[in-house]
Write a protein that binds this ligand. Structure first.
Ligand code: F6P
Length: 459
């Protein structure tokens, strides 16, 4: 019988990690089909026999096989190449990229090394599904190691415009390796278009139509498969005891004020300084909102060993202080900025009572917070979603108030419009957002991708 075999840098071996987009989606897929998940253990070890061992864990029918990284691998592959080269370039921040040949050498070596460890564990009929920018070269490694079965790849982050991708010194190498997959999936049509345009413009590739592309002597499927959430599960989370408790706790502080909420990993792609500026604009341009609104921004720190993330932390701390200093009053804190994480249930409870959900990244592959915000709303009195046009989700969630996150006046106006929107319009917009979020949920995403990768099914 065939199995689904997932490969990703982070896994959901720790139940607490079953909250982020990739971890939830892959976890739901593997639980539904039973299977095997390869990834990084999260540990850094000395070079030696241990660095070549796979650690096994079992949970709910899923087998995890995890590898440690040596310090050199961690720094070159994860910190430097994945997070200081690919991440900024794919999020249109070439200015923040630290191009470094040595880091690419380590990145390529880790892809090959893990491929060599995975291949002997594969069985005839297995379906291999590789996730995200850490493993762009994995198909190449698996083919070199002798694997002949199907291999699919899903990119959870954006794929940039051709001339931005071409800024990567290794762009040709990476594109060639991506074409060794049988199916390459993107979050949004825009990403799919960018990749195909790049192949046509830079590599003599050809769009064969119907999602088929030819490049580097290989014919592959290239399509958009927008990732979804466990929509029903999130509704349940929003009505759990933990959700009620969180809603009550913040309710004590809110009083009669309207809650505007944002939840984002602390990352420069999320547009947080611009969002804080927009909050200031709201109080300047619409003085009637002063004292009546509480903006709460929950931002767990992330990748704090990377300098650009440390700088962002300092910038946000300062900006939040300035906004509260400028606009706050004896009985009102305009912007509550919490640099810590909360559980999925707690967040669901906060979303449920929020009047406005602010999701304004400068670039985002999909963004699942906006889908969670939608599912947490109460049909009788739903809150309003404000969504950046640069999040992949904007292609699906057109009934949100779509904004340009760089335009702080536009965002301030959207917040004001959301706070004053009639119940009738809120309900009309919300029902359409809910319908698409339910219809195109995480199972829909998995089935759509696997139908192209393994047309015969998993058994
Ligand atoms: O969504 C992209 C992603 O890299 C996921 O793979 C990961 O779970 C998340 O961001 C957090 O990043 P990191 O694994 O670098 O902490």
């Amino acid at each position: 019988m065939s199995r689904l075999v997932a490969i990703s840098n982070r896994t959901a071996v720790d139940p607490k990690a079953r909250a982020g987009g990739l971890a939830v989606a892959v976890w739901e897929s593997l639980k539904a089909t039973g299977g095997l998940w390869f990834g990084w253990s999260g540990d850094i070890v000395e070079e030696g026999p241990r660095s070549n061992t796979l650690h096994a864990h079992y949970d709910e029918g899923v087998e995890f096989l995890l590898t440690d990284l040596t310090q050199e691998e961690h720094d070159g592959y994860y910190l430097n190449y994945a997070n200081r080269v690919i991440w900024p370039v794919f999020h249109y921040r070439i200015d923040l990229a630290w191009f470094d040949r040595d880091a690419f050498t380590v990145y390529a070596a880790v892809n090959q090394r893990i491929a060599r460890q995975v291949e002997p564990r594969l069985r005839n009929g297995d379906i291999v599904w590789v996730h995200d920018y850490h493993f762009l070269l994995m198909a190449d490694g698996l083919r070199n190691a002798g694997w002949e079965g199907p291999i699919g790849f899903f990119l959870h982050i954006p794929f940039p415009a051709p001339e931005v991708f071409a800024a990567l010194p290794e762009h040709h190498w990476i594109a060639r390796a991506m074409c060794a997959y049988d199916v390459v999936g993107f979050q949004a049509e825009r990403d799919r278009y960018n990749f195909i345009q790049y192949l046509i413009e830079e590599c003599g590739g050809e769009d064969l139509g119907d999602g088929r592309v030819q490049a580097f002597d290989h014919t592959l499927t290239v399509k958009a498969y927008p990732i979804g959430i466990d929509a029903q599960g999130f509704v349940e989370a929003a009505h759990s005891d933990k959700a009620d408790e969180a809603a009550q706790r913040i309710g004590q502080f809110l009083g009669q004020r309207d809650l505007v909420i944002g939840v984002d990993r602390m990352d420069y792609s999320k547009g947080l300084p611009q969002r804080f500026e927009a909050v200031g604009r709201l109080f300047d341009n619409f003085p009637d909102t002063r004292g009546k609104v509480s903006v709460t921004q929950i931002t767990p720190p992330s990748r704090s060993k990377v300098e650009e993330y440390q700088e962002l932390r300092v910038e946000l701390d300062q900006l939040a202080g300035r906004i509260n200093g400028d606009y706050g009053d004896l009985d009102w804190i305009p912007l509550r900025y919490l640099a810590r994480s909360y559980t999925r249930e707690e967040l669901a409870g906060l979303f449920r009572i929020a009047r406005v959900g602010l999701v304004t990244p400068l670039r985002d592959g999909m963004n699942l917070v906006c889908k969670e915000f939608v599912m947490a709303q109460d049909e009788n009195d739903p809150g309003v979603l404000i969504l950046s046009e640069f999040a992949g989700a904007a292609e699906q969630l057109q009934d949100a108030l779509i904004v340009n996150p760089h335009d702080t006046d536009d965002v301030a106006e959207a917040i004001h419009a959301a706070l004053t929107m009639s119940l009738d319009e809120r309900q009309r917009r919300w029902r359409r957002l809910r319908d698409i979020t339910v219809e195109q949920d995480v199972s829909w995403w998995r089935e759509k991708f696997l139908a192209d990768l393994a047309p015969g099914g998993l058994s």
